[in-house]
Every structure is written in structure tokens, then in C-alpha cells.
Design a binder for this molecule. Structure first.
Ligand SMILES: [Zn+2]
Length: 484
């Protein structure tokens, strides 16, 4: 006859069972899983995949087929709307005087087209501050303004590059410049897509990134006399369009209505092939579904594996997911997002939720290498956790070493050969163990915050100033972002 176990003994048994599963998941991740061949198929085979492009559609179908092959319970693609389409066609520039040479440029996302090819004097707009544009006076009108930048070395530098956009664009428009050339923040002629606005507003100015070394040469030439530049930007713009998220599910055995979500974005910019941002983690999410299905055991709660698109345009896929599933948000116990390539995971951002620190420490205690994890309290705006955060859902973003990711960010060089395969496998083990724990633990990971609590979190973490800089504040206030 079975004797009922005292409570602590039952808890101990559960821990042992969870440990055993976590060990099996970790063991699998270090074996020869298809994660690297999937990454190769996605990035080399399909390539750069801006949301709305034929390549992105192929990636969506590819991912849905991978999840089906993984043997999960269901796979669906869920439509959502992106407010504005933008497709780059032609980007050509040439220095005409005092010397003729071809300039390497890449159109900034949502840049307008020039009216055919324009030829104009180049003005040096310094670092692009409003004061620098004002200082140019009437010389700016009709000119092509060149904005210099310091070299990007850290995440903070990258963030500063984004933060300066809003005031810079406003000042450039006010000064009446014909177009903007922005010095690349990366050396060796590297070009990248640098969105200056969210795609819910038009840029209303032709703008392009210019090779760092060539920009330096133009600045030096302009200090000694007149520089003339020819610029031709042709971009196709259009109204709202539909894309789809890929959603795969393993149903929970005991609380199937409760959801633990692992997500990454499948879309990328187009100059490179989106390996670090974010093909590596897309392959990781697919592998998580495969690994957990292969256990032959169901977790207590439902696990959802989501590959979002529309992230690079302003996280429209995850925003669409939150809207579509708003009736279920109370039952989303945890959302875990990876979006920093193959950098080593050292912990998770708590996104302003100090209340998640203890349960997270418990969840990570069984994961090798994360026993003393670095879990910053910072709240992140800029990846797919954002609309869950605004909706009060417990959300985590992997805190990863930025080293392999940063230099290739949105750039031509974001290709499979830059991926740290050893760390990707280690991250895969971490993700699999963590979501298993979150789905299995009898205790709920965290509660849903009320709207007032979310408001307070936004103020306390100073997320409001970021949201204002990124043009998201009015939408949040109007109830268009996040669900209540
Ligand atoms: Zn990303």
C-alpha cells in the first residue's frame, strides 16, 4: 500500500524528477542536434528576410514545417498587420567634386526616395545635433547633410545611435536639407540597415548610411572647400500589409490552459543573412520544441514556441500576438525571449520585475553555469518581450554577451560564420531547461501586473523616456500597445 508522502518529500521528488529531465535536456543540447544545419538552411538557404518579403514568407513556411517535423501537438501561423511597407531598390552615390569617386551607401529603413538623382553641395552637420543643424544656417537648405558618428563599441553606443535619431531628423527637416548621409559607426566600409523611425511613421527624408572611411574623407575635403555629391535613392513604400507569426505548441498534461512561451524573431534585415540577429535563436526555439517532444514526457503546463516576424519594423509580430491572445494573457505564466545572437547567456533581464528574481533564481539553480546568474532588473524596450511587459505578463530576456552580435548588428557581415556554435549549443541547453522548469514547477512563476502597476514600472525603470524616443508612447497611452 502506498503511504501518502509528507509534503517536503513530494517536493523533493519533484525536484529530482525535474533535475533528471533538465540533465537529459542539457545532454541532448551538447550532442549532435540539427540546430546548426537548421541555422544554415535558414540563413544561407533562405537568406536575409525582411518582414513582408518573399524570403520572409519562405522562412515562415520553413519554420512551420520544422515544427511539424519536431512532432509538436499543433502548428499554426497567425496573421497580424504591419502599418507601412518599405522595400529598398536602388542606393547610389558619388562624390563629384573636388574629386570623383563612388560612395558606398545603404538606404536607411523608411527613407524616402530622391526625385531621380539629385546633385547638391555637401554640408558637414557634425554629430547631427539640433545645434549643429542650426549652426549651418541657410547653407543647409537643399544641401546633402553629412552626420558623423563615433565608432560603435558597446550596447550603450548602439543605444545612443538610436536615441539621437528623433531630434536629428526633426532638425534636418527644419533646416531644409535635401538628404542625409550618416557615417557608418563600423569601420572597414561596413554598411548596415539603421532604422531612424519606427515604421508607424514616415521618415519623410531621403537618408542613407555611408561607409565610415569615405565619410571621414568627405568631412576632411569639406573643411577645405566645396564638395558636391550625387545621390540616387529609390525605395518602394506602401500601406499596411500582413505577415504571420509561427506558433507551435506542446499541450500541458495538468494545466493545459496555462502557457509558458519561448520566443525569438524569425525576420531580419536584408544586407546580411540574419544569423546573429536572430537566426541563431530561431533555430534554438525550433530545437527546444524538438528536444522537449523527444523526452516523451509532457510538462504540467502548455509550452508555446513562437517565431515572431515584424520585429525589426517595431515588434509588430509580438504586439499582434498579444492582441490576438489577449483573453489568454492572465494565463501566460512566463514569456522568455532570446534576441542577442550566440553570445553566452549569463542570466536574464527581469524587465523591471524584482518579484521575479527569487523564482528565477530557483529556476536557474539546476542549470549548470547559471547557479550564480546575473539577472539585471533593467526593463528592455526593443525586442519581443515589450508588449508582454506592457500587458503585465512576467517576461524575461536572455542577458547575453554582446560580443559576437554587436559588430554584425543589421550589417552585411551578419552571416552564419560569425555564430559561436559552442555558445549557441550552451544557450540551447539553458533555454530548454529553463522553460521545462517554468512549465513544470507547481508554483506559478509570477503574477500578472495590473495596469497601474505597469504604469508604475514604466516610470520607475524610466522606460517612458525610451518609449517617447522610439515613438511608442502615444500608442501605449491610447491603448494601442499592450492589453489591459
Ligand atoms: Zn533582433
Amino acid at each position: 500500500m502506498l503511504r501518502p508522502l509528507p509534503l517536503f518529500a513530494a517536493a523533493l521528488l519533484l525536484c529530482q524528477a525535474a533535475d533528471d529531465v533538465q540533465q537529459r535536456l542539457t545532454g541532448r543540447a551538447s550532442s549532435d542536434t540539427p540546430i546548426l544545419s537548421d541555422l544554415h538552411e535558414l540563413c544561407d538557404g533562405i537568406g536575409g528576410r525582411p518582414t513582408g518579403s518573399p524570403a520572409c514568407e519562405r522562412a515562415i513556411e520553413w519554420a512551420a514545417a520544422k515544427f511539424k517535423a519536431a512532432g509538436v501537438d499543433s502548428v499554426t501561423t497567425e496573421p497580424f498587420t504591419v502599418p507601412q511597407s518599405w522595400t529598398p531598390r536602388t542606393a547610389e552615390a558619388e562624390c563629384l567634386a573636388p574629386e570623383r569617386f563612388t560612395l558606398r551607401i545603404a538606404a536607411a529603413p523608411y527613407s524616402s526616395s530622391t526625385a531621380g538623382a539629385i546633385e547638391a553641395a555637401l554640408v558637414d552637420a557634425g554629430e547631427g545635433t539640433p545645434e549643429a543643424f542650426e549652426h549651418l544656417g541657410p547653407a543647409a537648405r537643399g544641401a546633402i547633410a553629412l552626420v558623423s558618428s563615433k565608432e560603435m563599441k558597446t550596447l550603450d553606443d548602439l543605444f545612443a545611435e538610436y536615441i539621437k535619431s528623433g531630434p536629428m531628423i526633426a532638425a534636418a527637416r527644419k533646416a531644409g536639407v535635401a538628404a542625409l548621409l550618416l557615417q557608418s559607426t563600423r569601420p572597414h566600409g561596413l554598411l548596415y540597415r539603421h532604422p531612424l523611425v519606427n515604421s508607424n511613421e514616415p521618415l519623410a527624408l531621403p537618408a542613407a548610411i555611408l561607409s565610415r572611411e569615405q565619410a571621414g574623407r568627405l568631412v576632411r575635403l569639406a573643411a577645405h572647400g566645396t564638395v558636391r555629391v550625387r545621390l540616387r535613392l529609390l525605395n518602394q513604400t506602401g500601406g499596411p500589409y500582413e505577415s504571420r507569426n509561427v506558433v507551435a505548441e506542446i499541450k500541458g498534461r495538468e494545466r493545459p490552459d496555462e502557457v509558458v512561451l519561448l520566443g525569438a524573431h524569425l525576420d531580419s534585415w536584408d544586407l546580411g543573412t540574419g544569423a546573429e540577429d536572430n537566426g541563431a535563436n530561431s533555430a534554438m526555439v525550433i530545437e527546444a520544441a524538438r528536444a522537449i517532444h523527444s523526452l516523451g514526457a509532457r510538462p504540467r503546463r502548455t509550452l508555446r514556441f513562437v517565431l515572431f516576424t515584424g520585429e525589426e519594423q517595431g515588434m509588430f509580430g509580438s504586439a499582434g500576438y498579444v492582441q490576438r491572445h489577449k483573453a489568454e494573457m492572465d494565463r501566460h505564466n512566463a514569456v522568455v525571449i532570446f534576441d542577442m545572437g550566440s553570445g553566452r547567456t549569463t542570466g536574464f533581464f527581469l524587465n523591471g520585475r524584482e518579484d521575479l528574481r527569487r523564482p528565477l533564481n530557483r529556476a536557474l539553480a539546476g542549470i549548470t553555469g547559471l547557479e550564480a546568474a546575473d539577472n539585471p532588473a533593467d526593463a528592455l524596450d526593443g525586442t519581443d518581450n515589450f508588449d508582454f511587459l506592457l500587458s503585465g505578463v512576467p517576461n524575461l530576456v536572455a542577458n547575453q554577451d554582446a560580443a559576437p552580435y554587436l559588430p554584425q548588428y543589421h550589417a552585411e557581415s551578419d552571416t552564419v560564420d560569425r555564430v559561436n556554435t559552442r555558445e549557441l549549443r550552451a544557450n540551447s541547453a539553458i533555454a530548454n531547461s529553463l522553460i521545462w522548469w517554468l512549465a513544470e514547477d507547481p508554483e506559478r512563476f509570477g503574477r500578472r501586473l495590473t495596469h497601474d502597476e505597469v504604469d508604475k514600472l514604466i516610470t520607475d525603470t524610466r522606460l517612458d523616456s525610451q518609449m517617447k524616443a522610439f515613438g511608442q508612447w502615444d500608442d501605449y497611452r491610447a491603448g494601442k500597445r499592450g492589453v489591459r
